[in-house]
Design a protein around this ligand. Structure first.
Ligand code: HEC
Ligand code: HEC
Length: 331
């Protein structure tokens, strides 16, 4: 009975669109929020800010900034993601949005144990003067809460010029207030391969929809190929309204990688890694693609606005310089 009253109360307090999903949301209370993100709806299964052509937070340990850890990882719940993805995003995420940040003491390649969790949770009516965010700082395992509520320290720093809805790291398609280190690599072959092999290993990406596994071919790339696409490219393709025939193009930040294999006594042997990476303004005459050809270890053989790649990929009829096309996208 008590639980029912509580749920009813929540339902009354948090009406509006998506009320069904909000019934389970915690109250504006540090312990309840921790219980929610650790047990009820574990944050490690959430997504993160949509890739927007400037940055991609997906599954990546990022270089962090003062006063947070030297390495951070950011998670956003579905309510927040839906808000960030609405076409008429008005500069404020919806009530129910939660952003959880893991903070580690060391640099990304030697980050050490998870030290703190910092959380922002938007509760309608909680603190209208500062966009209704409820702030929490807790130990890495969530067992100790050091501060929670309308915390002035957090609000002052997060409210500074350049924020969007008190967020500092994500700019909703525009340049964010702060961008630390290479979220995406520059147009440089060695940087791009380091990114693909170490920072966001392409072998962990999914295939372009409809192109899973080995594809038998006989192209300049090999007898068998595997094609991977990063989250920026795949999410653009999955957005309703993505129509390559109309817009003709993937967004900046898109990366497609193709592994070329030779058949070796029936076993495919990796011969080459090639990549196309869209960098805004890099080469507007040829779709802004930056091309990379590397050996199986990732050693770069050629990179840049490579004419050979552009001529064959840019032949009449190919969507945005892709030979396999973008037609299977969004299925
Ligand atoms: C002195 C400035 C400062 C203070 C104080 C501060 N933050 Fe931050 N916060 C940042 C910066 C800079 C970033 C982006 C860099 C990063 O990810 O580490 C950030 C990022 C975050 C993020 C990720 C979402 C975003 O803004 O992009 C969360 C969540 C967060 N902070 C929570 C907190 C909480 C909770 C507190 C208070 C306990 C707090 N912060 C206090 C500067 C601050
Ligand atoms: C003579 C034509 C030709 C040349 C030259 C060529 N490619 Fe391709 N490329 C293809 C074909 C055909 C495919 C489709 C998959 C397959 O059969 O290998 C492809 C596929 C790809 C893909 C997967 C995405 C897509 O377009 O479908 C990448 C990435 C790629 N090539 C990179 C490169 C790079 C980098 C170069 C230059 C170093 C290059 N290619 C040169 C013909 C070419």
């Amino acid at each position: 009975m008590r639980k029912l009253t509580f749920l009813l109360l929540l339902w009354v307090l948090l009406p509006g669109p998506g009320a069904a999903a909000q019934e389970e949301l915690p109250a504006a209370d540090g312990a309840a929020i921790l219980k929610y993100i650790l047990e009820t709806a574990p944050y490690t299964r959430w997504g993160t800010f949509p890739a927007d052509g400037i940055g991609d937070f997906h599954g990546i340990y990022l270089k962090g900034g003062e006063p947070h850890g030297a390495t951070v990882r950011i998670y956003v719940n579905d309510i927040g993601l839906a808000g960030a993805l609405t076409e008429d995003f008005g500069g404020a995420l919806p009530p129910g949005t939660m952003v959880v940040k893991e903070n580690y003491p060391g640099p990304p390649d030697d980050r050490g144990a998870l030290a703190d969790l910092t959380i922002m949770y938007k509760v309608a009516g909680f603190n209208p003067g500062a966009n209704d965010w409820y702030w929490v700082k807790a130990s890495g395992d969530g067992s100790e809460i050091s501060a929670a509520g309308a915390l002035e320290g957090c609000i002052d720093c997060h409210g500074q010029e350049g924020n969007v809805d008190y967020l500092l790291r994500y700019g909703f398609g525009a340049e964010p207030f702060i961008s630390l280190g290479p979220v995406l690599p520059g147009p440089d072959g060695v940087q791009v391969m380091a990114y693909l092999l170490e920072q966001d290993p392409y072998t962990g990406w999914q295939a372009w929809p409809g192109l899973e596994g080995y594809i038998t071919t006989n192209s300049t790339h090999g007898q068998e190929v595997i094609v991977y696409a990063n989250a920026i490219a795949r999410r653009a393709a999955a957005l309703t309204g993505f129509d390559p025939a109309e817009t003709g193009a993937l967004p900046a930040g898109s990366i497609i990688v193709e592994e070329g294999y030779a058949r070796n006594m029936g076993n495919p042997k990796l011969m080459t890694i090639t990549a196309m990476y869209k960098v805004e303004g890099f080469n507007p005459h040829a779709g802004d693609w930056f091309w990379v050809a590397a050996d199986p270890t990732g050693k770069v053989n050629a990179a840049g606005a490579l004419n050979g790649c552009i001529e064959c990929h840019g032949a009449e009829g190919h969507q945005d310089y892709t030979r396999l096309g973008l037609g299977a996208a969004g299925e």
